[in-house]
Design a protein around this ligand. Structure first.
Ligand code: NAD
Length: 286
């Protein structure tokens, strides 16, 4: 018996990183999965986004657990395409119980204002709203929605340091998500549908492991014109958290996603929960 037997989960950004980890974790507990990912590049993002091969790997891992998965290439910025992807999953599974609005980008290069700010808000805020917009008509009593925010986005100065356009958009989107969660959860509560947001600190994924973030954490090395190595960046990453770690793992987030998705948390709604190893308890760093 799994905690999610007979349930269906819709997960955005499911090709890799936290999204793939959520898909595997929920499937392990019996859920079938509707997975979407953009699987192509957004120009203002300074690190590679997922590929079709990544999404295929998620499919393989879920199927290896004996669960079914419908995986569709879709962009959370495009509501019609996202709705079509969800409809494909609904046609196969006939129900929707869990939504993970997880897809996100950190467009943090010296992007133009138009590219960095617009793309950041479009994916990290509008993309979340689009995910909710297409899902809400299908959610019945007992359903659970989980949005991925960010502690880094909420910490003063943390994302601004990575670039004035994309960083600001990332930060703003994640801050708005906290209020969005509280307001919408109150609307959903009379329908016995729950909504919570998880705000992780640094997570060991490609959104963190890229040159731009490495340079932001090691300005001393970046100033010399050299790109810091992963090892050099990892020496600085613990400055984020109160606990002595560089980052958490996708699995750490997935275990909370599982709890919030399952009936174990049946009366928990409207919460913004940090998984940040004490990051937000510290005074501002920058
Ligand atoms: N990695 C971190 O340090 C960190 C910290 C806090 C919060 N987050 C948040 O966690 C979430 C997951 O990120 P991750 O760490 O797994 O990084 P990731 O880059 O590995 O995964 C993000 C996934 O979203 C997909 N995606 C991006 N734009 C999309 C779009 N427009 N439509 C559909 N899919 C799209 C990407 O292709 C990728 O597969 C994001 O919302 C991110 O902001 C990450």
């Amino acid at each position: 018996m799994g905690k999610l037997d007979g349930k269906v989960a819709f997960i955005t950004g499911a090709a890799r990183g936290q999204g793939r980890s959520h898909a595997i974790t929920l499937a392990r507990e019996g859920a079938d999965i509707i997975a979407v990912d953009i699987c192509e590049q957004i120009d203002s993002v300074p690190y590679p986004l997922a590929t079709p091969e990544d999404l295929a790997a998620t499919v393989k891992e879920v199927e290896a657990l004996g669960r079914s998965i419908v995986a569709v290439k879709a962009d959370v910025r495009e509501r019609a395409g996202l709705r079509a992807a969800l409809d494909e999953g609904l046609a196969r599974f006939g129900r929707l119980d869990i939504v993970c609005a997880n897809a996100g980008i950190c467009p943090a290069i010296d992007a133009t204002l138009a590219a960095g700010f617009v793309d950041g808000i479009d994916v990290d805020l509008v993309g979340v709203h689009n995910t909710l917009a297409v899902s809400l008509p299908h959610l019945k009593a007992g359903a659970s929605v989980i949005i991925t925010g960010s502690t880094a986005g909420m910490m003063k100065g943390t994302t601004e340091m990575m670039g004035n356009t994309g960083g600001v958009a990332y930060s703003l989107a994640k801050q708005i998500i906290a209020t969005y969660t509280e307001k919408l959860a109150l609307q959903l509560a009379p329908h016995s549908v729950r909504l919570n947001a998880i705000h992780p600190t640094n997570v060991d994924t490609l959104l963190l492991h890229n040159e731009v973030v490495y340079k932001a954490f090691r300005p001393d090395i970046a100033q010399t014109g050299r790109t810091p190595t992963r090892e050099e960046a990892e020496q600085a990453f613990p400055v984020m958290q109160a606990m002595p770690i560089p980052y958490i793992q996708p699995k750490d987030v997935s275990e909370l996603v599982l709890f919030l998705a399952s009936d174990d948390s049946r009366y928990i709604t409207g919460l913004n929960i940090r998984i940040d190893a004490g990051a937000m308890l510290k005074p501002p760093m920058f």
